[in-house]
Write a protein that binds this ligand. Structure first.
Ligand code: ZN
Length: 283
């Protein structure tokens, strides 16, 4: 599909498998690459594609979150690689990799088959620069802001803002090519609160690049926030009514605002939070 300049000096390329976004922010001091795909082989393809975009050096990498499809190419950019550039990520990324992504990888390798060859090459490479709250990266003639606005898709989502270009790179906090993805380690009760915080910061004309899919505008984010809030509200209601977790999907019926076959991890995580006495929405 090639590189698409979604805002001034901000590029998106959508890669299969998984229609995952890789973005590049061009500054006068070099290129910042946002997310690295699922394997070193896929990262090599990305590195070749980057040369098609610019002769400028890659100086920084940023991971939007710890899911494998966004960071298992890190080893081609990080310590010991030819590029050896700093990799930025949320302070929660290393722990999340240990809890979820390393066991996932081990399972895929154990399963064997043709695909296992690619997984065997992966050296899980956590970010070298850990961000909590906010951080502003100087690209020379422009800044790239990193913000953690709370838990949601994971506990380590970083939202990236390029103020001069009116552009945001949102990782999987917002998805366009499929419904928002609830998986292991998600926070369904917090997610709509986090997106509410984002909405306050968005300008009407801002371009928002999701981790999967086409760039969207503020109205799309508002609509997705309402769906996320609807899921959280129904989880609270069913839990409060004493409906067991195992029956919640069915009991919600057609009131679920998102396809119910993707909501099992949301129900499980939301029920667990409520059973611990947590309301959700903590930063
Ligand atoms: Zn993800």
């Amino acid at each position: 599909m090639g590189w698409h300049e979604v805002a001034d000096g901000v590029f998106q390329r959508r890669y299969n498998p998984l229609d995952v976004s890789v973005c590049v922010v061009r500054g006068s001091d070099g290129l910042a690459v946002v997310d690295t795909r699922s394997s070193p082989w896929q990262a090599d393809e990305l590195l070749a594609d980057l040369r098609e975009l610019s002769r400028e050096p890659v100086r920084w990498v940023i991971n939007t979150h710890a899911h494998f499809d966004h960071c298992f190419g890190n080893q081609r950019f990080g310590p010991g690689s030819d590029l050896d550039v700093p990799i930025y990520g949320h302070v929660g990324v290393p722990g999340y990799l240990d809890r979820y992504e390393r066991p996932l990888l081990a399972g895929w390798i154990a399963r064997g088959g043709e695909q296992a060859k690619e997984w065997l090459e992966v050296v899980v490479t956590p970010p070298t620069e850990l961000v909590s709250g906010q951080y502003s990266l100087d690209l020379g003639d422009r800044a790239l802001r990193m913000l953690h606005l709370g838990r949601g898709h994971t506990d380590n989502d970083l939202l990236l803002h390029i103020p001069g270009a009116g552009a945001w790179l949102l990782g999987d906090v917002i998805e366009e090519s499929g419904p928002p993805c609830y998986g292991a380690g998600c926070f369904p009760l917090d997610w709509p609160v986090t997106v509410d915080r984002l909405l306050v910061l968005l300008a009407d004309g801002d371009v928002l690049v999701p981790g999967h899919g086409r760039p969207v505008g503020k109205p799309f984010v508002r609509a997705q926030q309402e769906q996320l809030a609807g899921v959280a509200g129904l989880i609270r209601e069913l839990h409060g009514a004493g409906v067991p977790a195992g029956r919640a999907a069915e009991a919600g019926g057609d009131r679920w605002p998102l396809p119910v076959d993707g909501l099992a991890p949301a129900i499980e995580a939301g029920y667990a939070q409520l059973s611990r006495g947590e309301r959700g929405g903590a930063p």
